[in-house]
Design a protein around this ligand. Structure first.
Ligand code: ARG
Length: 467
């Protein structure tokens, strides 16, 4: 209700020709989108300049009017950039705020800008341009995160840590290998981003309200001017479609989910009980009562932002699911979800990139944990298969008995005397001890994509050539 209530009594100057009076105050409040769609001002102005230029080129408006329009729009752009522009809720949205200001600046020529155009294709264009730019930013941010992981993976290609399943110690792996798992995940996210950019690279402007227009417009010209590959092919679909926003949100939700799993690991690893990592002061906070504490707040917030992003995806899917073709005002609810998710994702990627670059890896603690929990039991079973010719199922059984013995004696597998091993299976020789260390275990896993340092280095090189 920022505007004077007397203003709300008059009918709208943009569409109010058939209206005797203005909207109820509540109608104005529920209808207005300027509070959030002002974010689209640069895209709106860019779109209008391309549209006016095309209209003049096609002889639909005069060159003089086009020049006035373009000049006026440039003025408005700098007014908004500098904060001098006054947005009015009475004018509903960004499109009408700009057009009304244009009329104030250049007079009647402003009224010619909306020829062969509707707010339906206008908003589809503005929002698409915004989402496309956001996808390009996301692609860059993911590249930075992948680069941070590649550096840490290289540094720790040989650092042994426990690999987990069910969060129980499973088999030793290298920290470099674990880092490269995230490179794969964020690499897929980036591939999805690139694919989405390709998908949405079509210009909506010229679809008009829904049916196209009788004016001799050139949609290829505006598409080219706005950096799109080509114009959209169906005017009804063009003003009904928000797939590009849904695609952005689903990509964001998957990426945020990856970030959240990483955040969860950071939270666990930084506890004194695990002690695998030490977070930098820059990405943690202290407690106001417990002086010893260092809390992984940044990681926790990255984990929590995922809730917002996933919520935005579900919200927009729900808005869209019951809409008949073509445009319905429901679709105005698309923007806040996308803006919020975009801000959350950008922040989460930036915070995570900083954390990964800064974190101290406690290789001694990782190695100690890697050797506990009989993590090389599979190596013993594999050795029995290879060296003693046992079928794997029998080797598994023998190894189970060896683990039970070690557990009973409270020692590691490598500490069991040979005689006691041979009492369980006579084929065991002293050569087996060379295979029970965590280093030997990881070095042996040279299968493609395996955890051996030699293999991890190959994967790092593969990604470096593609990042
Ligand atoms: N503010 C509107 C939106 O975001 C712009 C399009 C309005 N179109 C209309 N026919 N009322 O969706």
């Amino acid at each position: 209700m920022a505007d004077g209530s007397s203003e709300t009594k008059s009918s709208n100057q943009m569409w109010g020709g058939r209206f005797a009076s203005g909207p109820d105050a509540i109608m104005e409040e529920i209808n207005a989108s300027i509070g959030f769609d002002k974010k689209l001002y640069a895209q709106d102005i860019r779109g209008s300049i391309a549209h006016a230029t095309m209209l003049a080129h096609q002889g639909i408006i005069s060159a003089e009017d086009k020049d006035k329009i373009v000049h006026g729009l440039d003025t408005i752009l700098s007014e908004i950039d500098s904060g001098a522009f006054e947005f009015s809720r009475r004018l509903e949205d960004i499109h009408m705020n700009i057009e009304a200001r244009l009329a104030a600046l250049i007079g009647p020529a402003a009224g010619r800008l909306h020829t062969a155009r509707s707010r339906n294709d206008q908003v589809a264009l503005d929002f698409r341009l915004w989402v496309k730019e956001e996808l390009q930013k996301t692609e860059k941010a993911l590249t930075g995160l992948i680069a941070a992981f590649l550096d840490r993976a290289e540094e720790h290609a040989e650092t042994v840590m426990p690999g987990f399943t069910h969060l129980q110690t499973a088999q030793p792996v290298t920290f470099g290998h674990h880092c490269m798992a995230y490179v794969e995940m964020f690499g897929r996210d980036r591939a999805r981003v690139r694919h989405a950019i390709e998908h949405m690279d079509e210009s909506p402007i010229g679809a008009a309200a829904l049916a196209g227009t009788g004016f001799p417009i050139d949609r290829h010209m505006t598409a080219k001017a706005l950096g799109f590959r080509e114009p959209t092919r169906n005017s009804i679909d063009t003003v009904s479609d928000r797939d590009f926003a849904l695609e952005f949100l689903s990509i964001a939700a998957i990426a945020a989910t990856h970030l959240s799993r990483l955040a969860e690991e950071i939270v666990i690893w930084s506890t004194p009980q695990f002690g695998f990592i030490r977070l930098s002061d820059a990405f943690s906070t202290g407690s106001s009562i417990m002086p010893q504490k260092k809390n992984p707040d940044a990681a926790e917030l990255v984990r929590a932002k995922t809730g917002r992003v996933n919520g935005s995806l579900v919200a927009l899917l729900t808005v869209m699911k019951g809409l008949p073709l073509a445009y319905s005002k429901d679709m105005q609810e698309d923007k806040e979800q996308v803006f919020d998710a975009a801000e959350s994702l950008e922040l989460a990627i930036a915070a995570m990139t900083g954390m990964i670059r800064d974190v101290t890896i406690r290789a001694d603690r990782m190695k100690a944990a890697a050797g506990s929990g009989y993590s090389t039991a599979t190596d013993l079973a594999d050795w029995l298969v290879r060296e003693a010719g046992l079928p794997f199922r029998d080797a598994h059984h023998v190894t189970g008995r060896v683990v039970a013995l070690a557990e009973q004696k409270g020692c590691d597998l490598a500490d069991l005397p040979l005689a006691e091993l041979q009492a369980i299976n006579s084929a065991i020789t002293d050569k087996v001890y060379g295979f029970l260390t965590v280093e030997a275990s990881v070095a042996s896993r040279t299968s493609f994509g395996g955890t051996a340092p030699s293999e991890v280095r190959k994967q790092i090189a593969w990604w470096r050539a593609r990042n």
